[in-house]
Design a binder for this molecule. Structure first.
Ligand SMILES: [Fe+2]
Length: 470
C-alpha cells in the first residue's frame, strides 16, 4: 500500500465517520442541479414561493408570469397524479417595476400527517410537481430560523444571485439535515441585498423550500426597491393606513403559537398597534406569542444607533409589552446575541449564566448572524442588555426554536459543524395564555401621532421614488 493511497483512504474514512456522526450533512443539491434550477428561473423569471397559510391547515403560494396570464391555480393531491387534483384558484397583481404578474393562491383544509403533491399553473404555463408533508397533529412545533440572508449580485466581489443563492441553499440544507422534522423556516429580514427581483428568485431557489414554508419579514435592504410583496404571499396581511409600499405586517398561527411579523422599516405606530391588537384578539387562545422584525433594537449597540433607533424603540417596545410577547426574533446586526428578560425596553430579570427562566415578566430577544454577509471582527460595542454574545468572527449561525408543552426552547447552532453555541428555555408553568391590552397607554397616543407624521412623509417620498423607477 503506497503512502499516498494510505493517506487518501484515511481521509475518506474520516469523512465517512464525520458524515455518519451527522457533523457534515451531505448536500443534496449538486452543481448540475443548481445550474438546472437557475436555467429554469432565468427562463421563466419566476420561482414558486411556498409560505405559511393563516394556520397549519393552510399553505400560501406565489409565482410570477408574463402579463396576459389568467386563471392562476394550485392543483393539490395526495398522489403525484394531479389529473384528479383539488384545485385552488387565486388572484393576480401586476408589478409595474418588472412588468410581470404575480399570482397568489392559498390552499386550505390540509390534513395532519399527510404528503401532498402540488403544481402551480396559469394560462401561460405550469411549474414542476413538488410536494410537502404536513406534521402529525400532536407534534411539537419546530422552526429553523435564519436572518440577513442577503442574496445579492456584486460584480466587484464576483458574486451574483446564483452564487450567493447557493450559499443560502447550502446553509439551509445543513440546518434542515440536522432538523428534518422542522415545520417552518423564518427569515428576519434583509432577505435580498438590494430588493431586486432576481435576488428574491434566489431566496426561493433552494429545492428544500418547495417542501417547507418560509416566513420572512421586511429588512432595510429589502426596502431599497419595491418588489418584496411580489415574491411572497403572506397570510393575514394588515391593511395599514400608512404601510410600506413593498409589504408590511402579517400574522399566522401554527398550532398553539401566534407569530406576529412586523415591518420595522415602517414607523407608523398606530398601524403596528392596530395590527398587534387584531392578531392577538383573533388568537386569544394561543399559548405562545412571538414577534419577528428586522431591527435589533436592544441586543447590540448598532452602528446606526441614533435618533432612528430611539424612535423605533418608542414605537415597538410598548406594543410588544402590551400584547405579552414571549420572545422576539431579530436580525440586522449580523451576529447571534441573546438578551436578558426585557419589558418596555428595560431589563426586568438579569438571567446571569442561567439557561432557563420560568414565567418571566417580559420577553427575551434573540439576534442572529447573516448568511451571505457573515461579519468579520468589526463587532459593535457589547450592550449591557445582552445575556450572551457569540463573538467568533466569520461563522454563520441559525436558531432552532421548539415549542413543546410548557416550554419554548431556543438553540443556536453553527452552520459549518452543527455545534450548539447557545441554548435557552422559557417555561410557562401555569399553562396560561398571554393577555392583551384593549387600548394603548395615554403616553402612546403621542407616539402614534408623531410616528404617523414620520410614516406619512416616508410614504410620500417612497411613492415618488417608486413612480420614478417605473
Ligand atoms: Fe443585513
Amino acid at each position: 500500500m503506497t503512502k499516498t493511497f494510505t493517506k487518501a483512504l484515511a481521509t475518506l474514512l474520516s469523512l465517512a465517520l464525520l458524515a455518519g456522526a451527522g457533523l457534515v450533512p451531505s448536500l443534496a443539491v449538486t452543481d448540475a442541479d443548481w445550474d438546472a434550477i437557475w436555467e429554469e428561473i432565468d427562463a421563466k423569471q419566476s420561482a414558486v414561493a411556498l409560505t405559511p397559510g393563516s394556520d397549519e391547515t393552510q399553505r400560501n403560494f406565489a409565482w410570477q408570469s408574463a402579463q396576459g396570464a389568467t386563471n392562476p391555480v394550485v392543483r393539490l393531491n395526495r398522489s403525484a397524479d394531479l389529473s384528479v387534483a383539488a384545485t385552488f384558484a387565486g388572484t393576480s397583481e401586476l408589478n409595474k417595476g418588472t412588468g410581470l404578474l404575480t399570482h397568489y393562491v392559498t390552499v386550505e383544509h390540509l390534513m395532519p400527517d399527510t404528503l401532498y403533491y402540488y403544481q402551480c399553473s396559469d394560462s401561460l404555463g405550469k411549474s414542476d410537481v413538488y410536494n410537502f408533508k404536513t406534521a402529525p397533529a400532536d407534534k411539537p412545533t419546530k422552526i429553523v430560523m435564519f436572518s440577513d440572508i442577503h442574496v445579492k449580485s456584486d460584480e466587484a466581489q464576483g458574486v451574483d444571485e446564483k452564487s450567493s443563492g447557493r450559499i443560502w441553499n447550502d446553509a439551509l440544507e445543513q440546518a434542515l439535515a440536522r432538523e428534518p422534522d422542522a415545520d417552518l423556516v423564518l427569515a428576519a429580514g434583509d432577505n435580498a441585498n438590494e430588493g431586486k427581483p432576481r435576488e428574491y428568485l434566489g431566496l426561493f431557489a433552494p429545492p428544500a423550500l418547495k417542501g417547507i414554508p418560509l416566513a420572512a419579514c421586511m429588512g432595510n435592504h429589502d426596502k431599497k426597491a419595491f418588489n418584496l410583496k411580489y415574491y411572497m404571499n403572506n397570510p393575514n396581511a394588515h391593511k395599514a393606513l400608512l404601510g410600506s409600499l413593498q409589504g408590511g405586517d402579517y400574522w399566522f398561527r401554527y398550532n398553539d403559537v401566534l407569530f406576529l411579523v412586523f415591518d420595522s422599516t415602517n414607523g407608523s405606530g398606530i398601524d403596528h398597534y392596530r395590527f398587534a391588537r387584531e392578531a392577538c384578539l383573533a388568537n386569544g387562545d394561543a399559548k405562545w406569542r412571538v414577534a419577528m422584525y428586522h431591527h435589533d433594537l436592544h441586543a447590540t449597540i448598532s452602528p446606526i444607533k441614533g435618533p432612528e433607533e430611539w424612535a423605533m424603540k418608542q414605537i415597538f417596545d410598548p406594543i410588544l409589552a402590551d400584547f405579552g410577547m414571549d420572545a422576539v426574533f431579530v436580525g440586522h446586526n449580523h451576529r447571534y446575541i441573546r438578551t436578558h428578560v426585557l419589558a418596555r425596553g428595560r431589563v426586568v430579570q438579569n438571567v446571569g449564566d442561567a439557561r432557563q427562566v420560568t414565567d418571566p415578566k417580559g420577553m427575551v430577544y434573540f439576534g442572529n448572524t447573516s448568511v451571505v454577509h457573515v461579519s468579520g471582527s468589526d463587532y459593535p460595542s457589547v450592550n449591557p442588555e445582552n445575556a450572551f454574545c457569540f463573538m467568533e468572527p466569520s461563522v454563520m449561525t441559525y436558531n432552532v426554536i421548539s415549542f413543546e408543552g410548557g416550554s419554548l426552547h431556543v438553540k443556536a447552532c453553527r452552520v459549518d459543524n452543527g455545534d450548539v453555541i447557545d441554548e435557552f428555555v422559557i417555561v410557562k408553568s401555569g399553562g396560561n395564555t398571554p393577555k392583551s391590552a384593549l387600548l394603548p397607554r395615554p403616553s402612546y397616543f403621542g407616539v402614534m401621532f408623531l410616528s404617523g407624521i414620520y410614516a406619512l412623509i416616508a410614504r410620500v417620498n417612497d411613492t415618488r421614488l417608486m413612480n420614478a423607477a417605473q
